[in-house]
Design a protein around this ligand. Structure first.
Ligand SMILES: C[S@@+](CC[C@H](N)C(=O)[O-])C[C@H]1O[C@@H](n2cnc3c(N)ncnc32)[C@H](O)[C@@H]1O
Length: 318
């Protein structure tokens, strides 16, 4: 638990499977590329008392909490935390002279983003349409010393996309990143609505989407705004490009025999991981540890809703 449930509302998935498939050797150096509240990192530190972990987190708010948590666990000498995007993995490895024997990616966002961030990730809360993982535009250092470092980001908030992008770009975002069948109607409705008044808050956007889609679409199990919100979040954070670049750099920096374990929650990301692994197997850079996908046990899906869509893939550096 971090500071009264601040970030720790996020329950780590596939912990047993990660431990099994990372196949960590004594004294290993591991990178947790998406540390969040440190759920997986804490489990690994506890299981292997002689390993070191370099943890990366892009979101500065979550990063601050991860720093506090790991300090409270008194593991500073075994952990380096970096407030950056994993797209810069190669630079981070070189800068810290931390050459990994294993790398873990647990992609996407955390429950905290939806429930507590106040940044408009969820259509269930009426908040400003921001959706940036890293809203800071200049460097900040939440803590001093070796343990932490911070960088800036150049992301555009969701409200800016909604209010300034042209029809074709909006359509492409909703179609490609949201796989939203009513992409054209939604883009149209946004353009009409924003001529009258800028769309600034989540519920304003939900209203516009609701007016654009057919009535039957509003009675489906999945909320009619889900795909548009997902698409905007992916566009704001360049999530698909990040996954592709992150995987490429991870394979490059991993030591021989080192394992790369990736968990994705969404089809588009999973496809990028699958294709990248196939490409790198063909190039003899990595080999499959398991050919297909590892899914959570039935028991885990009963106790952790988020685990239901988790897909894990593993390769080993040749
Ligand atoms: C699913 S959570 C990870 C949960 C973590 N494994 C745990 O057990 O607590 C994903 C995290 O990755 C972070 N993230 C997203 N994109 C990132 C990026 N490009 N670089 C680094 N961190 C990123 C998110 O802010 C979020 O905290």
């Amino acid at each position: 638990m971090i500071n009264g449930n601040y970030v720790a509302i996020h329950k780590p998935v596939l912990v047993k499977e990660i431990i099994e498939y990372l196949a960590i050797k004594p004294g290993a150096k591991i990178i947790d590329a998406t540390i969040n509240g440190g759920g997986h990192t804490s489990a690994l530190l506890q299981k292997y008392p002689d390993i070191k972990i370099l943890g990366i987190e892009w979101d500065p708010k979550i990063f601050e909490e991860a720093v506090k948590k790991l300090k409270s666990l008194k593991v500073e000498d075994r952990v380096i935390l970096v407030n950056d995007s994993y797209v810069n993995l190669k630079n981070i490895v070189e800068k810290h002279d931390f050459h990994p024997d294993g790398i873990l990616f647990d992609l996407g966002l955390s429950a905290w983003h939806y429930e507590k961030s106040g940044r408009g990730f969820s259509f269930k809360r009426n908040e400003i349409l921001d959706m940036r993982f890293n809203p800071s535009t200049h460097s900040t250092k939440p803590q001093g010393g070796e343990l932490v470092e911070s960088t800036s980001s150049g992301q555009v908030p969701a409200a800016e996309i909604v209010n300034t992008y042209n029809r074709e770009d909006l359509e492409a975002i909703f179609k490609e990143y949201g796989e939203e069948q009513f992409y054209s109607r939604i883009a149209d409705a946004i353009i009409r609505a924003r001529k009258l008044k800028p769309i600034i808050k989540t519920w304003e956007l939900v209203k516009v989407i609701g007016e654009a889609v057919p009535e039957w679409y509003k009675h489906k199990k999945i909320h009619f705004a889900t795909k548009t919100f997902q698409a905007l979040r992916i566009a704001v954070n360049h999530e698909l490009e990040n996954v592709e670049k992150g995987m490429r750099e991870a394979i490059e920096v991993l030591g021989p025999g080192g394992r790369l374990v990736v968990i994705s929650f969404q089809g588009l990301e999973d496809k990028i991981v699958k294709n990248m692994f196939r490409e790198k197997v063909k190039e003899d850079k990595v080999k499959f540890v398991v050919k297909g996908t590892i899914r959570p046990s039935w028991e885990e899906t009963k106790t952790n809703v988020r685990a239901r869509s988790a897909k894990m893939k593993v390769v080993e550096k040749v």
